[in-house]
Each structure stands twice: as structure tokens, then as C-alpha cells.
Design a protein around this ligand. Structure first.
Ligand SMILES: NC(=O)c1ccc[n+]([C@@H]2O[C@H](COP(=O)([O-])OP(=O)(O)OC[C@H]3O[C@@H](n4cnc5c(N)ncnc54)[C@H](O)[C@@H]3O)[C@@H](O)[C@H]2O)c1
Ligand SMILES: CC(C)[C@H](C(=O)O)[C@@H](O)C(=O)O
Ligand SMILES: [Mg+2]
Length: 348
């Protein structure tokens, strides 16, 4: 039987709560077809406060030995001065994305049947944001002069390389070819002229190789209007790291809630393990209450299964989620939702 080695990073807050439900569902979906070997890595703000370690080189090497990573969420109490400066987000989450060259951050959005969108008339909501994952303003290229004085100067430089932009744009076009063949570049070329110009030129050049894909462009501010007014206009959105971050929280909200939004940090070359995680964070406001919705983590596990070649297991997970959200009791708990979805997967 095929063996799949999964690195599990529950993380902080609701991260471990939703990840354990996703693991249950994944085990049920792969049962009998795969020998699933799960290795837990204690990482996150809590781990850092206990040990002083955020992510050692040895741990990166150990995680690299796995076929994929399932991550919950990381980030501790925002008021804790020991966690200031996003040290966990940067030193753990972004470090993993960069170390494993997750240059595609894939964030699909679909309005599941029976889920209520806050939009009055959402129409068809079925699009994928292809968010660049290793560049942009996320690279940590910045600094502050005269810090803490009235004359402070703080810089955060967005890094965009032709190599980095081209590979993610190519991925987005290839994805559009498998969908409705419509691609929207989202940027802010009217202000961010250097980075925007590069994205635009590369998108135009790759578009010439895909004459059957309809390509358009929106400034990111206008894109937020259309996401609310007419999300059906979108099929594949390709955008930079920061715009993609912001748009996908909005996308989650219009598709019925951030508790349903899944993502994959993909290394398309397969050199490193890809990492699957909900779009949401550690939700300290509800951690420990047992009310977190594990659906985003479960759908992230479906993306993981699909990425590893188990399309049938992925389909069964998604079908079970669709059935569950259509008849979900309220109120319900994190583990009850996981249990119901496990039962539906097992019955399929
Ligand atoms: N990938 C990640 O690990 C990741 C992603 C985003 C934020 N974060 C971190 O998480 C911490 C909290 O960030 P935030 O408050 O800005 O965003 P968040 O996504 O954690 O929470 C935003 C709101 O959504 C709710 N929410 C989130 N997930 C939910 C779920 N599954 N079910 C029900 N409600 C849910 C929360 O209760 C909160 O009201 C910060 O430290 C942030 O840096 C981590
Ligand atoms: C926690 C943070 C670094 C992260 C990001 O900005 O990418 C998160 O918001 C996300 O969407 O995964
Ligand atoms: Mg985000």
C-alpha cells in the first residue's frame, strides 16, 4: 500500500482544534488505500514561549522529508510584547512558505449549495485566487530609521522578480485553461508602476501563448467592488502576495464565511512538500470554546489529497462537506462537525 508521510503543524489558538478534525476526515477518506503516517511538529507562539525556538533548520529539514504539510494556524496573543513584530508569522509561517518555495498560494472560492452568502444576490461564485507566495512586500526587505521618534522613516519594499512573477502567472494561465478560460490580473498599476508594469508585461506576454484565455485587468480597489457586486465575473485571479491575502479574506466572507475558506501553498515543481491550511488565522477570540468551524481545515485536507493524486478522496471530502453544510445543526461544535463529515465520508 502506498505510504503518505504528512507533517502536521496544529499551531496556535483554534489551529490544533480544526486540524484534528481535518485529520480525522482525511484518515476516513484515505482509509484502506493509503498508509498514512502523520508526524506532529509542535510549532507556534505557544511553543516559542515555552522553548525559545520558532523554527530551527533541523526542524525544516525534518519537515522536508514529508510528502505534504497540514497546518492549522499560527499566531498568539496580539497584546503579548514577546510576540511583537510578527515574529511567529514571519519566522514560522512565511519561513516555511519561502523555504519550501511555495510560490503558488492557491485559494479557491465557491459558494457551496445551501450556504448563505452575505451578498443579496451573489450569483455564481466559483473562482480561484492564485496568490504569489514568495515575493512582494512579504520578503522582509525593509527597515526603520529614527525608530520611535517623530522623524521615524519606515520602509517596506515590495520585491517582484521577472522569474517569480512569470512562474506564478504561467501557473494561473494553465489553471484557467482547465476552468472557464478567464483570467483577471489584479494589481495597482496606476500607483505601483514598477511592480505593476512588470506584472502587466509578463501577463501580456504569457497571454499571447494562450489565445483561448480571455484576459482582463483590474486595479485591486476596483476588484473589491466586483467581488461584492458581481463575483461571477471572476474565474482565475492572479495577483501579488499582499493583494491576494486581502482579497481572499473578502472572498471567504462572500462565500459564506472565513470558516469555509481553504488554501494550498503549492510548490508546483514538487521539490518540496506543499502545505495546506485554512485561509483563516488562530482566532484567539474563540480559541478553546469548541465553536471554531473546522470546514476550512477539512477542505484544505481535500486540496492536500488532490495534490497528492487522491482525487477520489478529495471529491468524497468535498461532497461530504456539501452535504453537511446543507443540513448543519446550529449550534454545533468543532468536533461534532468533524464527526458528521467523517460519517458522511465513510458512508460515501
Ligand atoms: N495561516 C495562518 O496561520 C494565519 C492566517 C491569518 C492570521 N493568522 C494569525 O492569527 C491571529 C489572529 O488573526 P486575525 O484575528 O486577524 O484573523 P483570524 O482569521 O484568526 O480571525 C478573524 C475572525 O474570524 C473568526 N474566525 C476565524 N476562523 C474561524 C473559524 N474556523 N470558525 C469560526 N470563526 C473563525 C475569528 O473568530 C475572528 O473573529 C494573528 O496572530 C494572525 O497573524 C495566522
Ligand atoms: C499570518 C499571515 C502572515 C498570513 C499572510 O498574510 O499570508 C495570513 O494572513 C494568511 O492569509 O495566510
Ligand atoms: Mg490572510
Amino acid at each position: 500500500m502506498e505510504q503518505l508521510r504528512l507533517a502536521i503543524i496544529g499551531g496556535d489558538g483554534i489551529g490544533p482544534e480544526v486540524t484534528s478534525e481535518a485529520r480525522k476526515v482525511l484518515r476516513a477518506a484515505l482509509d484502506g488505500t493509503v498508509d498514512l503516517v502523520e508526524t506532529e511538529f509542535a510549532l507556534g507562539a505557544t511553543h516559542y514561549l515555552e522553548t525559545g525556538d520558532i523554527l530551527t533548520d533541523e526542524t525544516i529539514d525534518a519537515i522536508a522529508e514529508h510528502d505534504a504539510i497540514l497546518l492549522g494556524a499560527v499566531g498568539g496573543d496580539p497584546r503579548d510584547p514577546r510576540l511583537a513584530g510578527g515574529i511567529i508569522e514571519r519566522g514560522l509561517l512565511l519561513r516555511l512558505r519561502f523555504a519550501f518555495d511555495h510560490y503558488v498560494n492557491l485559494r479557491p472560492t465557491a459558494l457551496h449549495p445551501a450556504v448563505t452568502s452575505p451578498l443579496r444576490d451573489p450569483g455564481e461564485v466559483d473562482f480561484v485566487v492564485v496568490r504569489e507566495g514568495t515575493e512582494g512586500p512579504y520578503v522582509g526587505n525593509g527597515g526603520s530609521l529614527r525608530t520611535g521618534t517623530p522623524h521615524e522613516i519606515a520602509n517596506e519594499t515590495s520585491v517582484n522578480t521577472a522569474f517569480g512573477v512569470e512562474r506564478v502567472v504561467r501557473y494561473a494561465f494553465d489553471l484557467a485553461e482547465t476552468r472557464s478560460k478567464r483570467l483577471t490580473l489584479v494589481h495597482k498599476t496606476n500607483v505601483l508602476v514598477h511592480a505593476g508594469g512588470l506584472w502587466r508585461r509578463i501577463t501580456d506576454a504569457v497571454a499571447a501563448e494562450h489565445p483561448d484565455v480571455t484576459v482582463d485587468y483590474l486595479h485591486v480597489d476596483a476588484a473589491t467592488i466586483f467581488l461584492v457586486d458581481r463575483p461571477s465575473r471572476f474565474d482565475v485571479i492572479v495577483t501579488d502576495n499582499l493583494f491576494g491575502d486581502i482579497l481572499t479574506d473578502l472572498a471567504g466572507a462572500i462565500a459564506g464565511g472565513i470558516g469555509l475558506a481553504a488554501s494550498g501553498n503549492i510548490n508546483p515543481d514538487g521539490t518540496f512538500p506543499s502545505m495546506f491550511e485554512p485561509v483563516h488565522g488562530s482566532a484567539p477570540d474563540i480559541a478553546g470554546t469548541g465553536t471554531a468551524d473546522p470546514t476550512a481545515a477539512i477542505l484544505s485536507a481535500a486540496l492536500l489529497a488532490e495534490h497528492l493524486g487522491h482525487a477520489d478522496a478529495a471529491r468524497r471530502i468535498r461532497d461530504a462537506v456539501d452535504q453537511d453544510v446543507a443540513q448543519r445543526p446550529a449550534p454545533t461544535t468543532t468536533s461534532e462537525t468533524g464527526d458528521r463529515i467523517v460519517a458522511l465520508v465513510a458512508a460515501a
